[in-house]
Design a protein around this ligand. Structure first.
Ligand code: MN3
Length: 238
């Protein structure tokens, strides 16, 4: 296993959905025997657990990162290992089962990797409004920043059960799209790159906001790291 490639995939994991899965497939082609699955790792939070207070509380951040996100990483590693065994055994019922697990947990890992990075403490990179090229693009595709914000908030508020709201960049026509994601992997078209995502699974807000998901969404705008979203747009549009 090429460790520099593995490190790259780990750091780039927040940007490209299923980047690690694609990477392990590519490196497997170069070897005579299939390469072992890439071990996915839980990235550290780029700030302290209490850094997003009072908008997102420290206990929620701790459980969310250390238990939920860590669980997706662990389950992804287990599912990829099991998938390899099922393939080697030509057990296609198990291949189907573990493929679904890889999709669900892999998307969960990727979205959480991205989620932590598009937030920052309020007043220290978090909150306010986008500027420059990002603001220009949002204005072009949604009419105004306020119109975008209203659409994104409504998308987040109305996700059925567990899921996410996402701002995607579609390279084909250079458009920004606000879409919902059910669970971690459903309702997403091909050919888009998520730039900004909001976790609206109950584990993301229930301790502090209980059933008031809209209050969590309103508070969350105070910790959005627009500089990172702008960097994500530049990377996606390259
Ligand atoms: Mn979550």
């Amino acid at each position: 296993m090429d460790t520099s490639r593995r490190d790259f995939l780990m750091t780039a994991g927040g940007i490209a959905i299923a980047g690690g899965v694609l990477g392990s497939t590519l490196s497997a082609q170069a070897a005579d025997a299939p390469a072992a699955a890439v071990e996915h790792k839980l990235p550290e939070l780029p700030y302290a657990y209490d850094a997003l207070e009072p908008y997102i509380d420290a206990q929620t951040m701790t459980l969310h990162h250390d238990k939920h996100h860590a669980g997706y990483v662990k389950n992804l590693n287990a599912a990829e290992a099991a998938l390899e065994k099922a393939r080697a055994a030509n057990d296609f019922a198990l291949v189907q089962h573990w493929s679904k697990q890889v999709a669900f947990n892999g998307a969960g890992v990727s979205l959480h990797n991205l989620f932590w990075t598009i937030m920052a403490p309020n007043g220290k990179g978090g909150g306010g409004q986008p500027a420059g090229k990002l603001l220009e693009k949002i204005t072009q595709d949604f009419g105004s920043f306020d119109a975008f914000k209203a659409q994104f908030s409504a998308a987040a508020a109305s996700v059925e059960a567990a899921g996410w709201a996402a701002l995607h960049y579609r390279k084909e026509d250079g458009r920004l799209l606000v879409l919902q994601i059910e669970n971690h992997q459903k309702l997403t078209p091909w050919g888009v790159t998520p730039l900004l995502v909001l976790d609206v699974w109950e584990h993301a807000y229930y301790l502090k906001y209980q059933n008031k998901r809209p209050d969590y969404i309103t508070a969350w705008w105070n910790v959005v790291n627009w500089e990172q979203v702008q960097a994500n747009l530049e990377a996606a549009a390259k």
